[in-house]
Design a protein around this ligand. Structure first.
Ligand code: DGY
Length: 325
């Protein structure tokens, strides 16, 4: 009988993905979905060769020093700021993420935030449910038009480009900013034009952010940037907490400089800045932009395939630290 490597799945995933993993590994899975703190994670990883982690599991040098048998950490997320790649490389641990499979769902959800924020869908739904609707009147829940507005996309990677393509049907002017311009064919297919960061902030009626979190992008949008936004613009954020300075955003919303915000990600999740909760012009969702049934399943399966490849061939498709390991 061959002894299968032992792996840990840190949070609840889909049953068929567990079954797939069981073909290759002895699987310990947390199907009760109890979040693990650093101590619990270290204890559960004892003797394991691989782990399927989520964005709330911190994989750093301290954890790795307690898990000498670990060879692979496969994140069920495209973002990997919960994993210290340098520490993984030093410990000889392969790290992977799940790029690509969530782009369309995240772009769809960005649009859900754009429309619900601009047209006050959540606020008016709450009004109706609370029995506040007494009849039709002309100035009821006046919102901002999305069609023919200027959409500013900060971060023009896979998701930003899909958000742009969805704007075609709304006859929008689409501007974007990134570290470098996209090629001409991509710009044409997205009907999008590259501008400087300051021009993007000054011209966008709706600014949507699609930037991964890293030390270099910490508070990329803070008081200075918010102060340069077109007065009355809307901000949409579905990338990663920490890219926006939430305290500065609260002030910009309070002052009216930013008219509304659609936010799926926050600093210090799930303990978001409480000021947001009192604001009617803010739509708040719990980091679910990729959460369609099909996409979350695809993310979990891709992470599982990465884990199988990492522990069998040593070359998983979505390896994040190829050279150093
Ligand atoms: C990701 O994949 O990084 C998402 O934020 C997870 O929902």
């Amino acid at each position: 009988m061959t002894i299968k490597p032992k792996v840990l799945v840190t949070r609840e995933i889909f049953d068929d993905v567990i079954e797939y993993l069981k073909q290759h590994f002895e699987v310990t899975s947390n199907q009760s979905d109890t979040p693990m703190d650093a101590e619990a994670l270290a204890k559960n990883l004892a003797g394991k060769t691989g782990a399927m982690t989520t964005l709330v599991d911190r994989v750093d040098a301290q954890l790795l020093s307690r898990c000498p048998t670990l060879k692979a950490v496969c994140n069920i997320a495209v973002g990997f700021n919960n994993i210290d790649l340098a520490a993984c490389s030093k410990a000889g641990v392969l790290a992977t993420n799940t790029p690509g499979v969530l782009d369309d769902s995240t772009a769809d959800f960005t649009w859900a935030l754009i429309l619900s924020t601009a047209r006050r869908v959540v606020e008016s739904d709450a009004h109706v449910r609370a029995g506040g609707w007494k009849g039709w009147y002309l100035k009821q829940f006046l919102g901002a038009d999305v069609h023919h507005a200027t959409l500013g996309i900060l971060g023009f990677g896979r998701i930003g480009r899909r958000v742009a393509r969805r704007a075609l049907g709304f006859d929008m002017t689409v501007l974007y900013h990134d570290t470098q311009p996209a090629d001409a064919a991509t710009e044409r297919s997205c009907n999008a034009a590259f501008v400087s960061m300051d021009e993007l902030l000054a011209r966008a009626d709706i600014l949507t952010i699609h930037i991964p979190y890293a030390p270099a992008t910490h508070h990329l949008v803070s008081s200075r940037e918010l102060g340069k936004m077109k007065p009355g613009a809307i901000l949409i954020h579905a990338s990663r907490g920490g890219v926006v300075d939430d305290a500065a955003l609260v002030e910009a919303l309070k002052s009216g400089r930013v008219a509304g915000a659609g936010l799926d990600v926050f600093e210090n999740e799930p303990n978001l800045n409480p000021a947001f909760l009192a604001m009617k012009n803010v739509v708040l969702t719990p980091h679910i932009a990729s959460s369609s049934e099909a996409t979350r399943h695809a993310m979990a399966m891709l992470a599982a395939q990465n884990l199988v490849a990492a522990l069998t061939t040593g070359t998983p498709p979505n390896l994040l630290n190829p050279k150093q390991v």
